[in-house]
Write a protein that binds this ligand. Structure first.
Ligand SMILES: *[C@@H]1O[C@H](CO)[C@@H](O)[C@H](O)[C@H]1NC(C)=O
Ligand SMILES: *[C@@H]1O[C@H](CO)[C@@H](O)[C@H](O)[C@H]1NC(C)=O
Ligand SMILES: *[C@@H]1O[C@H](CO)[C@@H](O)[C@H](O)[C@H]1NC(C)=O
Ligand SMILES: *[C@@H]1O[C@H](CO)[C@@H](O)[C@H](O)[C@H]1NC(C)=O
Ligand SMILES: *[C@@H]1O[C@H](CO)[C@@H](O)[C@H](O)[C@H]1NC(C)=O
Ligand SMILES: *[C@@H]1O[C@H](CO)[C@@H](O)[C@H](O)[C@H]1NC(C)=O
Ligand SMILES: *[C@@H]1O[C@H](CO)[C@@H](O)[C@H](O)[C@H]1NC(C)=O
Ligand SMILES: *[C@@H]1O[C@H](CO)[C@@H](O)[C@H](O)[C@H]1NC(C)=O
Ligand SMILES: *[C@@H]1O[C@H](CO)[C@@H](O)[C@H](O)[C@H]1NC(C)=O
Ligand SMILES: *[C@@H]1O[C@H](CO)[C@@H](O)[C@H](O)[C@H]1NC(C)=O
Length: 869
């Protein structure tokens, strides 16, 4: 018996492993592969940047830390880009490191990452901070803000090792980190060969010589690099052309034509061009000087005729970089170093005409980078997704930000990491004895392939009679030593089986309302870390009278009696379902529901706080779901309730699906609800959905059974599985059917049986319309068209799939959850793009000023770029 049960569990866990963890892939890149984030932007709507026509998204989908702030009004300027109007700040909390996660990247591809910062006295403290910036697990640069009105741009070109990358701000004790915007642009791997898997380039300066005012960005530069205009008119004159300057095939830098169309040349034809930069004076003494890469872009813009020659030598300090450089007419060429310069504090670049040259030197553009090592390797990807899922499931706040193990100094609390030389770090220990677990053992633990130690004194396993007794288990240490996922799963399983043996010997702990009070024997103390939901309190009828103020307020009425509103002494709001004394049938349902709710706990199943068995009186006390039933919301009868948005509907669908999936897959034996319908989905203040009313539910008691045979047809018209109707044998697929109807209700806003003109089932009604591809004719008009059509269509399709006549054609709840998750991703994709194109009132689009400003500031690691000597 135990072995078979374990086998069942093994299958469940194997499914969980195979299915992987469904992570919300939010914040999808746009069609260029660009991700453009306006950090600290409130609300869900993004906007189109007038200057670039790029869509900027709010940042909520990219980070779970920090708060939104608007900059102080005195720093608002129509000349500034809108990205600077607000910031996200990360006040000192548990985590010194706060991160953004950029997803859907291509591992091994090169990306340009850009973060911008303008303080604007957003916190009213007039104290611009200094903090560090990390590209993934590697130090990027220090951001030293000295002027509240100045914007600093940090840009790096790096090869991304994983399919996601984090950008992290590290509080170094010199003020609260904040950020104005974050951009990601993909680059071809052949570009910037100096950036590779172990070395990144940090931009120091990127200059477009010639113009005084035109800042060039996307779309003129398809890679959206920012080119700052520069000329010293005392010494140089601009040379320009309107003809296109082309890139050669396999160009390493692809400098855009708009940049290459202008250049500078000395006023005095016998002069040289002399530019310099200086190393960051604030770099700590003793730090090795950073290495620098200079990339100079040239193109001949004038037709050089006859005996005229333009040739020049290029030197850096005393080192020749190029001899006899002769730019090609209207083709971009570049001169650059591959081995970084490491020199003094000042770097002089000189362009001097050779002896036989008749024309002075020119230069069209220049880029200067410092190099950073990107040799820190992030924690093993599977471990990261496993532990991230655990973090998500338990909403861990503490310092669980950024990479779990790297850098070592910032490794997460409660984890033990192993750092091998030749492979990525792995998580070898998790200490969960910190009130983390308030549900079932996370499936995601099985993804931690190197896990050898798991400390946990708070498990709640939903395995029939091995469910935790409120007596609790002693603190438990699990030692697992084989680093293979499958083996881990098996070992976790072995543990479960051991537990099972252990609890078998102990007293039966399911509540039995026919017995005398058992609450005392439920003990206290040892369950101290557990949340309220595990303690099934025993109430007397008198208690209930007090709690409900003598049954004053009726919340609803079920088959088994009325449900009343109540408040416990400590202020918790509850719903009290009191069995009507006249109902005989109620006793059985009462017992079923009490039994099920005692042993299963899931965030999407309504939880029971306690029960009452006092003489003839029987009652169940649940958490209070203030927003009532989903049905009320869909029907819109209560005019105080606003219409649900599509995003809300989708989330409700997904959450209820997760609740049902748990009944079917997370419980052994599986539980069939048997009355899935919109009135049995309750919503709390946050509109979180929970499945309720387990009065008709059945657990399969025999492992071999896939269905249960009963003699009475139960359920609600409009939701009853036709196959069940025919066979009288409900299966988990009967719940799938009912849930399919709920999905159609969510899409259409209609009830399961339409009364006009003739009674017709919602399923047929939707089928007829969808067959003609008429999605608009199906969708609830009260959503006012605010949804992603693909996502609505897909949910409607899932609804129809779930309501297939033959149960074999219906998906399992696990599949439904996965599909709904995809729909949610589609919807988030929409939210990430421009939902409401901004109508720009002030001219925030003055490219010239805005960007000039963006770049004009001194960079912390260096003086303000090349200047004339
Ligand atoms: C910032 O300003 C916008 C528009 O004025 C407003 O909607 C938003 O609530 C403000 N955000 C904060 C954090 O004050
Ligand atoms: C920040 O810059 C200011 C001005 O250049 C300098 O005085 C200060 O030392 C810098 N702070 C840090 C932490 O580098
Ligand atoms: C990256 O470039 C640096 C400098 O050229 C070189 O030392 C290093 O080996 C390169 N790394 C890889 C992985 O190619
Ligand atoms: C141009 O430069 C040369 C050499 O530096 C100098 O001799 C000459 O006087 C300069 N001419 C003008 C017009 O400044
Ligand atoms: C760079 O040029 C300046 C001014 O001409 C000079 O003082 C300095 O010594 C030069 N630096 C190097 C490293 O050549
Ligand atoms: C000019 O001189 C450079 C070396 O100084 C040489 O490489 C080049 O061929 C010469 N060009 C002409 C047109 O003589
Ligand atoms: C340019 O470089 C060549 C080769 O090193 C050298 O012979 C020549 O003198 C240089 N010309 C100038 C003007 O520096
Ligand atoms: C696990 O964490 C708890 C709470 O922080 C601590 O008391 C306990 O000693 C830790 N156990 C191990 C083995 O690290
Ligand atoms: C647990 O399973 C056993 C047989 O495996 C069964 O007799 C018992 O009724 C089940 N308990 C519940 C609460 O489903
Ligand atoms: C958007 O930018 C264009 C050109 O930069 C400008 O002509 C237009 O007036 C701007 N629109 C608004 C609403 O500022």
């Amino acid at each position: 018996m135990a072995a078979r049960s374990c086998l069942h569990l093994l299958i469940v866990l194997a499914v969980a492993v195979a299915g992987g963890l469904l992570q919300a892939a939010r914040g999808q890149p746009d069609s260029n592969g660009f991700i453009s984030i306006d950090c600290g932007l409130s609300g869900k709507a993004g906007y189109v940047d007038n200057a670039t026509k790029l869509s900027y998204s709010p940042d909520a989908a990219f980070t779970d830390a920090g708060t939104n702030n608007n900059i102080s009004a005195e720093y608002l300027s129509p000349a500034n880009s809108r990205i600077f109007d607000n910031v996200r700040s990360f006040p000192a909390g548990a985590a010194p490191r706060s991160c953004y996660t950029l997803r859907s990247l291509v591992p091994g591809l090169k990306y340009l990452v850009r973060a911008s910062f303008m303080y604007g006295n957003y916190d009213g403290l007039r104290r611009p901070p200094v903090f560090d910036l990390y590209a993934g697990v590697n130090f990027w640069r220090t951001v030293n803000i000295t002027d509240a009105a100045a914007s600093i741009t940090a840009e790096a070109i790096i090869v991304v090792p994983e399919d996601s990358m984090q950008v992290c701000l590290l509080n170094t004790g010199a003020g609260t980190p904040f950020i104005s915007s974050l951009d990601l642009r993909p680059l071809k791997n052949s570009l910037y060969p100096q950036a590779n898997a172990t070395q990144g380039l940090v931009m120091v300066s990127r200059v477009n010589f010639g113009p005084t005012d035109t800042f060039i960005r996307y779309p003129d530069d398809p890679r959206d690099r920012g080119w700052r205009p520069w000329i010293d008119t005392m010494r140089y004159v601009e040379v320009s052309t309107t003809k296109t300057v082309q890139n050669v095939e396999k160009d390493l830098f692809e400098a855009p034509s708009a940049v290459m169309q202008t250049a500078i040349t000395p006023r005095n034809a016998s002069d040289s061009i002399e530019l310099y930069w200086t190393a960051d004076p604030s770099a700590a003494a003793g730090d090795p000087p950073p290495g620098y890469i200079a990339i100079m872009h040239f193109s001949e813009l004038q037709l050089v005729q006859g005996n005229a020659v333009r040739a020049f030598n290029i030197s850096l300090n005393d080192q020749w970089l190029d001899i006899g450089m002769t730019p090609d007419y209207l083709y971009a060429d570049a001169s650059f170093n591959t081995v970084p310069f490491r020199g003094s504090s000042r770097y002089n670049l000189t362009f001097r005409a050779t002896a036989n040259s008749t024309l002075p030197p020119i230069i069209n553009a220049l880029e200067i980078f410092s190099v950073i090592p990107t040799t820190n390797v992030p924690t093993d990807g599977k471990d990261v997704s496993g532990i991230t899922a655990i973090k998500k499931q338990y909403q861990v706040k503490q310092n669980w930000m950024g990479d779990p193990c790297v850098p070592k100094t910032l490794a997460w609390d409660w984890l033990t990491c192993s750092y091998a030389i030749s492979s990525p770090p792995t998580i070898t220990g998790v200490n969960l004895s910190y009130n983390l677990l308030t549900g079932s053992i996370p499936k995601a633990l099985s993804q931690l392939s190197s896990l050898t130690v798991l400390y946990d004194n708070n498990p709640d396993l939903c395995i029939n009679d091995t469910c935790p007794s409120p007596n609790g288990k002693p603190k438990l240490a699990i030692y697992i030593s084989v680093p293979v996922v499958a083996v881990t799963v098996i070992l976790v399983l072995v543990l479960f089986c051991l537990l099972r043996r252990k609890t078998k010997g102990s007293a039966n702990n399911t509540i039995n309302p026919h017995n005398e009070p058992t609450s005392h024997s439920h003990g206290s103390g040892s369950y101290g870390h557990g949340s309220m939901q595990f303690e099934n309190r025993r109430f007397t009828y008198k208690d209930l009278q007090m709690i409900t103020n003598n049954f004053e307020q009726v919340l609803g009425k079920g088959g088994f009696g009325y449900v009343y509103y109540g408040i416990l002494e400590e202020g918790t709001q509850v719903a009290v379902k009191l069995r009507s004394q006249s109902s005989n049938q109620g006793v059985k349902e009462f017992l079923t529901e009490a039994q099920i709710l005692t042993r299963i706990h899931h965030k999407n199943l309504v939880s029971m706080i306690g029960y009452c068995k006092d003489g003839e009186y029987m009652a169940l006390v649940y958490e209070y779901m203030s927003e009532g039933t989903l049905e009320e919301h869909i029907a819109g009868r209560d005019h105080n309730k606003r219409n649900l948005t599509w995003t809300e509907r989708l989330r409700i669908a997904l959450e209820s699906a997760q609740g049902l999936e748990y009944l079917h897959k997370g419980c052994s034996p599986p539980v069939v609800h048997r009355d899935v319908k919109a009135t049995n989905i309750l919503l709390n203040t946050n509109l979180e959905a929970k499945i309720a009313d387990f009065g008709l539910s059945k657990a399969f008691n025999r492992d071999s059974d896939t269905h249960v045979s009963t003699s009475i047809l139960v359920g609600t018209p409009g939701y009853i599985d036709p196959e069940y109707h025919a066979t009288m044998m409900p299966t988990t697929k009967s719940d799938v059917y009912g849930f399919g109807v709920v999905l159609l209700e969510l899409v259409t806003g209609k009830s399961p049986i339409l009364r006009t003109p003739e009674p017709i089932s919602l399923i047929h009604w939707a089928q007829q319309r969808m067959q003609c591809g008429n999605i608009e004719g199906v969708v609830d008009a009260r959503m006012h068209g605010v949804y992603d059509v693909n996502s609505v269509w897909k949910v409607a399709e899932i609804g129809l799939m779930c309501t297939a006549q033959a149960s074999a054609h219906r998906p399992m709840m696990t599949d439904v959850v996965a599909k709904l998750q995809e729909c949610q991703d589609l919807e988030h994709g929409r939210a990430g793009s421009v939902a409401e194109p901004s109508i720009d009132h002030v001219s925030k689009t003055n490219t010239i000023f805005e960007i000039d400003r963006l770049e004009r500031i001194p960079l912390p690691t260096m003086s303000s770029g090349p200047s004339a000597r």
